[in-house]
Design a binder for this molecule. Sequence first.
Ligand code: ATP
Ligand code: LTN
Length: 332
Amino acid sequence: METEKKKIVFSAIQPSGTITLGNYLGAVRNWVNMQDEFNCIYALADLHTITVRQEPAVMRKNILDAYASIMACGIDPEKSLFFIQSHVHTHAELAWILNCYTQFGELSRMTQFKDKSAKHADNINAGLFTYPCLMAADILLYQADMVPVGADQKQHLELSRDIAVRFNGLYGNVFKVPEGFIPKNGARVMSLQDPTRKMSKSDENVNGCVHLLDTPEVIMKKFKRAVTDSEAVVRYGEGKEGINNLMSIYSAVTGKTLEEIEKEFEGKGYGDFKTTVGEAVVEALRPIKTRYEQLIRDKAYLEECYRKADETALRFSRRTLSKAMKKIGFIL
Ligand code: ATP
Ligand code: LTN
């Protein structure tokens, strides 16, 4: 009989656009793989998305599309909780509290804040600055042991740990200090058009980013246009960011090692290589797209799934929020 309690996994994704190959390989694929071994709790981080201005009708559509796409990747509502962050009020409440236990200097060092404030110079709002406190609240509310994310979230995760340690130092053991879980393969998928920048949902160059719901034709076109170099040798190395990125993607979807890939394409040109990578990605995404199309037609089922998960998430997270508030001195 199993006596050991399953560890708790928490992660979230913003519905700030359609889900990308980077989101899938860096994060969601691990969410799916962790469902049997761990107690998994996942959220659609819609509160996070308003740090950047959103069009209301587009935001509504993005939330439901992202929910259905992530379920289509293989999140099973019988095994995992998958809820909508804004439906669970404890997140905003703990985020406010953690704001008061986080220093201005710490938040100023966050590279995502620096990048996003450069990109949205006309709207450098306070939410964009304190975003990591909301992320810390998400994680700490569920006493998560492990947080599967892509490499770009490492700094935010470390800040969450620092906040937890500081709070526990003041009030005793209130929060579990979480560990990151960053995949070996696919942790940082780069733009196909500018392989020095990460592939991002909100990339203006549409050819740089592969979306889970792109058609096979569009995916093939994007891979065929991918930026490479002039060496014409499929080899992982310095100054070959484009090829390195394609090799990493190919490795992540097929499980082949970089050496195996170099061997497979010995004496072959970049054209062949790009076609093979594109085809492998199309095949990996095909079942996801089919499942998405079924799910998005059944809005009642989607709603049933998130309402149920919202309720359970509220029940779990309330316990941590109450404990933290009591320790601070609030009268409950
Ligand atoms: P935005 O463009 O709005 O900032 P994003 O595409 O960066 O969005 P997030 O919702 O911020 O996506 O991230 C969701 C998850 O996907 C996180 O765990 C993040 O680390 C991971 N992720 C995002 N982009 C990549 C990428 N290019 N490669 C690997 N993982 C990624
Ligand atoms: N900030 C994350 C999304 C996110 C998240 C979280 C990830 C919000 N809350 C909690 C892990 C745990 C991002 O990917 N930009």
